[in-house]
Design a protein around this ligand. Sequence first.
Ligand SMILES: Cc1cc2nc3c(=O)[nH]c(=O)nc-3n(C[C@H](O)[C@H](O)[C@H](O)COP(=O)(O)OP(=O)(O)OC[C@H]3O[C@@H](n4cnc5c(N)ncnc54)[C@H](O)[C@@H]3O)c2cc1C
Length: 436
Amino acid sequence: MRTEVFIAGGGVGGLALAAKLASRGVHVTIAEQLKSKSRAYKGELLQPKTLEILHRLGVLDEIEASGHVIDQLRFQEIKRCPGREPENIQLTELNYSRVASRYDHALMVPHETTKDILREKAQNYEKYFHYLPGARFLGFENGRAKVRQKKETIHIEADIYVGAEGRSSPTRDAMNVRMKRKEYNHHFLTVTIPRPETFTKGKIITTTSCFLGLFPLPDNEVRTVYLIKAGEFKKIKQKGLDYVYKAYGDLEPELAETVQAITDWKDIQLMIPHTYHVDRYVSGNLTLVGDAAHTVHPMAGEGMNLAIQDADVLGELLAWCKEEGKSYHEHLHYYEDVRKPRVSFLLALSHMSALVYSFSNPWWRKLRMRAVQRIYDDDQLHVKQMLNISGLGRWNFSLLDRAIQGSMLPVRRKRISDQKQQDKLFSEQEDYPWKF
Ligand SMILES: Cc1cc2nc3c(=O)[nH]c(=O)nc-3n(C[C@H](O)[C@H](O)[C@H](O)COP(=O)(O)OP(=O)(O)OC[C@H]3O[C@@H](n4cnc5c(N)ncnc54)[C@H](O)[C@@H]3O)c2cc1C
């Protein structure tokens, strides 16, 4: 079998890449090991840059119709009072609207829905899109991809091979890349539960020692993420589901009833955060996108976004090469040039956010509360934080910023104009430099 671009893995990264390539007349074949939808939880928060990409792909209306708008990130610090409602001691609301872009919100969309929409988009170009379900990519043999489907072995020859297999990637193995893995002192329990209709705003609720992230989904559901110490899952399971009901109810009384919809530990997924980043994305005609190349701590909700953003840049590059009759091999480096620094930056930002919630000392909490509030009080910090996590641009934090955030210097009273942000937003030239 022959194709122009072979993609191992039909997750969000592989599908976004395939949809773009097929829509631009590039023959693309995906081998996806699963035959049907996965029940495992994966990311659901689509950041503004991803919405921009999905808009250009022509699927934003469907995505918006399947999503719940998140226009703020809300951080609530509480004090638990036995027998009484918890006392709210600080609520900080950071707004996506501070970013000077029409994409002024994020969206919670069930992961499998995003995949369905991308797959259906690609299927509109049936002449160019070939999807092999239940097909496991095993590695390379004589320069071709070796795929096992229904007990048969298929060899696929392509101009470019893309590893989009997620965390365990035979393509990455074949590229012989180097990467360092970072572990954390905490894990998460994650589960979707019903929510009251009025519970529409997401938030992260924290005490000195507890963390509960709540992110509303459509259909009156809410994705919950509860932090536990690394290695504690077994002990918590032994305490029974009542432990979970109480933990949630104590932190968010509004969900005390609906959390009891969890009736089986099987509904609750253990999420073990770790990070890595490969030292190169391209080797000959092999390349990596998404989790095959990097994973990120889930605190900033970036993993799925990085995968789709990788796919956008690589897809645009490969489509341009074909349209302009340029050599793939000579231009592939542009993909890494654009994406690697951006991913490194967001990996560092997510790591910082993870550290903020990694320690349970009262003095650490005090520092955290002050630092989070300062992001809101100082407009430059506010804009930088939201711009950076939106993926729409990059504006580095300076020493002065950090000194203000750490309360060593007073907050600045000046509001950042939209004009001032313009050169911090990624331009088309920065996204796709080979065209210029
Ligand atoms: C528990 C959990 C929670 C997360 N929460 C968030 C979040 O809140 N926000 C966020 O943005 N990100 C989150 N992420 C990260 C996000 O899910 C990933 O970054 C994103 O899915 C990466 O997309 P991908 O396409 O690179 O890989 P994946 O989504 O992992 O897709 C890889 C695909 O390749 C297939 N595959 C694997 N090996 C082979 C093979 N050998 N042959 C053929 N097919 C193969 C797999 O079946 C899968 O369909 C979370 C991840 C996990 C695990």
